[in-house]
Every structure is written in C-alpha cells, then in structure tokens.
Design a protein around this ligand. Sequence first.
Ligand SMILES: [Zn+2]
Length: 231
Amino acid sequence: MILRPAQIGLSLLSATSHDVSYEELSNLSIGERDRLLLQLREGIFGPCITGLIRCPECSELLEVSFDVSDIRIESSIEPSDAEGCLHLVSEGYEISFRLPDCADLGAISVCEDVSEARYLILRRCIQRILYQGMDASIEDLPPNLLDSIEERMAGADPQADVLLRAVCDSCRHEWDAVFDIPSFLWREIDSWARRTIQDVHTLAAAYGWSEESILGMSSWRRRCYLEIVSR
Ligand SMILES: [Zn+2]
C-alpha cells in the first residue's frame, strides 16, 4: 500500500491510538496531530532527533541534531467560540473560520497546484462571511483578507509549522528548514523495520530459530548473538 503524504501522520497515530477512531483523528488540527506524533516518536526512539538536510545554496548535506522538547510548542490553539471558530473583523467584513484539520489535508491531495489547494482549504475552513452585516461569499473577499486569515490560522496552530534555523558549514548560508514530523517518523519506522527483518534473517539462518523466538528476545540479547554471528 502506498500512502499519500497527508495519510502518513494519521495512519501512524491510528495504528498506535486504539481508543481513538480514525474519524476523530481526522478532526485534529495539523498542530495537534504533530504534537501527538512528537510524543509517539519520543516514546519509540527517545527524545533526540538526528537527521540530514541539504543546503539549498551549495547542496552540501548537513547533519542536524535537536531534542523533541526544542520543537514542541506547548501553547495551544487560541480560544475559539462555541462553534470552534476563530474570527477576523476587517474592512467591513466579519469572517468566521476554523483551523485546517487532517481531513482538509487529505482533501487537497487531489489539487493540481498550490493555489488550488490553498483556495480549497480556505473554502472548507471559512464558515461564514458577513459584509456590513449581510451574508457574503469567499469570492467577495479581497486577497489581503485571505492572507490575513491564513496568518491567523498559522498563529493559532504554531505546532503545525516547525522551522529549524540552519547554517551551512560549507558556504555559511543561513535558512529556515521545514521539519515535517509525519514523513520523518515514517522513514525512521520504515528503516527500523527493515533492520529488524535483516536481523531476524541473519539469526534464523545462523541458528534455525523462529521469527517469533527471535523477536521475543530483548534487543540486547539479539545484538549479542548478531555480534557472534558477524565474527
Ligand atoms: Zn551551503
């Protein structure tokens, strides 16, 4: 099965959160999803994250290392009204909107370009527009107000957009690199699973043990046997 990028984070949470339905997880804001994924990552592999990023100027690969706590933003979403909406009042308009959630991310996966995706997210999230007290539509809104709504969304869900300040060792270029916890954790789990399968194969071939008995060992014992086999 090939998962679309928008499904990866939810699939990881769904596989590990047995008391929460997929539909409930779909209603999480992007920041809420990512906060749970950071918690999951810390529980599986520990708090220290090390990865590689490529300098956009000179293409040098750089190692970055940081702690989950360095990027965890504890401040939660700003208070909404009873309907879960945020509000923007400007230029005679009163706009009620909710934050983008995981279902919205899934919906834009069929969009052909960024501007179509942006418009679809806004269309799904804007709940009501009044202009001088009368109902209005998204087509009536000036472009600068669409920008303002997106800024308010980003400010209200800061965990959704984690940027790492990076400096290239080679060319000294400085930039903000995006850290995407769903795809990072997915790659980590994938490579861990491949390493485990390789270890099972090595021990099964050397000792004739079953997969079940090898996986039932502590990782320390497994590592000891693998060292013996590799001598
Ligand atoms: Zn560079």
